[in-house]
Design a protein around this ligand. Structure first.
Ligand SMILES: NC(=O)c1ccc[n+]([C@@H]2O[C@H](COP(=O)([O-])OP(=O)(O)OC[C@H]3O[C@@H](n4cnc5c(N)ncnc54)[C@H](O)[C@@H]3O)[C@@H](O)[C@H]2O)c1
Length: 377
């Protein structure tokens, strides 16, 4: 397939995730970076385009507006087709709108927006334009996460009763306002209505929904700001009642001293259970009633969920960037070959924002149960 040409918004000097997007998109083997608006600062944007990414200086644009305008005028055979958004949360909505309205497919980082209203507006725009929209809930790209989902969809665990997911980090245990990444994540104007939950609880919500295939009905949340002076939550736990009767919780923290990016998931059904940890992402622990414990391995016997054309043989460690790349591979296949979308979509974005808004309301009102339609129960 012809390489998909993409532009990148964000990813300038000192940025965290932009370069991961570039690596992951290119690792899919079917894409190349052709343009971008890499920084809020127009001079830094051009400099980053040339020095960090080695693109044509004429296509390192000073801002998103100019990028959309100028790229639309580039010959169709060279023009960017997809715009990737890797900027702080508050800017996703306007940038995504601008890109979609200019005819570009979009891949956006999470959380999709900073409100349900914005998320719904984007979903409508995606529908109207007919363009593809992907979200980088990248943990769903791990082979063993997909294996877990497949096993649950096949009924191998029986009826699901209990789901728990933790995402623990410790890097915000102290005031880090001098740190670039911490500064915007702890500022409600830039991060949105929630700190820790928007940043990493959002990944947990997506992982739980994707693997369990259950719909959350009600949540009861207790968010805390532990670090003095901090304006957004840095820790929290959410009890969940799912449609159909299953129960569970999501716990997320950025003050869990010593923890890195420790996301883990456990799901228990009537016949068996699964356990997956980001610290050992190529293993999936499976327990079944009356049987010895089994450990599935990426590329190993019994793995059904991922085409091994794209992975390495079992035992060669694959990780974060490969999982991220799997999302891109699915996205690029969708736009090139009209394949079924198997990547997180704008619908995940709307559901994710509804979860975050409801969690914040529940916690602010004294940890009361709230339906995900927003009505008190
Ligand atoms: N999927 C993941 O695992 C993951 C991991 C980290 C961050 N993220 C998400 O990615 C996004 C970026 O996070 P980060 O940690 O890389 O942030 P960052 O602060 O490290 O980098 C943001 C970059 O965007 C640029 N920028 C800001 N506004 C811009 C604009 N209007 N036009 C062009 N460039 C602009 C900044 O100059 C900077 O280069 C956030 O939404 C975050 O939640 C996702």
């Amino acid at each position: 397939m012809n390489k998909v040409r993409f532009g990148l918004v964000g990813g300038g000097f000192g940025a965290l995730i932009g370069r991961v997007h570039k690596m992951a998109a290119e690792l899919s083997g079917s894409a190349e970076l052709v343009c971008g608006a890499f920084s809020r600062d127009p001079i830094q944007s051009k400099k980053a385009g040339v020095e960090l990414f080695g693109i044509d200086p004429h296509r390192a644009y000073p801002d998103v507006e100019t990028m959309c305008l100028m790229e639309s005028a580039v010959d169709e055979s060279k023009r960017a087709e997809v715009m990737i958004i890797a900027t702080p949360n508050h800017s996703h909505f306007e940038i995504a709108k601008q890109c979609l309205n200019s005819g570009f497919h979009v891949v956006c980082d999470k959380p999709m927006t900073v409100s349900v209203n914005q998320a719904q507006t984007l979903a409508e725009l995606v529908e109207v334009t007919g363009l593809s929209f992907g979200l980088t809930y990248n943990y769903t790209g791990y082979p063993m996460v997909r294996q877990a989902r497949r096993m649950i969809l096949d009924g191998q665990l029986g009826e699901i009763r209990r789901v728990s997911c933790e995402y623990l980090q410790g890097w915000l245990a102290n005031d880090l306002s001098e740190n670039k990444q911490a500064a915007w994540r702890t500022d409600p104007e830039l991060a949105g209505p929630t700190g820790c939950f928007g940043d990493i609880g959002s990944h947990a919500e997506n992982l739980v929904s994707y693997v369990s295939n259950l719909e959350m009905k009600e949540v009861c949340a207790d968010l805390t700001r532990f670090v003095p002076g901090r304006r957004l939550d840095d820790d929290g736990t959410v009890l969940i009642r799912f449609r159909g009767g299953a129960k569970g919780y999501i716990s997320a923290s950025q003050i869990a001293v010593g923890r890195e990016n420790d996301i883990s998931l456990e799901i228990y059904g009537t016949k068996g259970s699964i356990e997956w940890k980001h610290s050992d992402p190529n293993s999936l622990v499976c327990r079944r009633n009356g049987e010895p414990l089994q450990i599935y391995r990426s590329g190993g016997p019994g793995e059904e969920s991922v085409s091994r054309d794209h992975g390495l043989p079992a035992g060669h460690p694959e990780g974060f960037i490969e999982a991220f790349s799997e999302i891109y591979r699915n996205f690029f296949e969708n736009i090139r070959e009209s394949s079924e979308p198997t990547f997180p979509s704008v619908k995940d974005g709307v559901r994710g924002m509804r979860f975050l808004e409801t969690v914040v309301t529940s916690s602010e009102e004294g940890s009361v149960w709230k339906s995900l339609e927003g009505e008190a129960t």
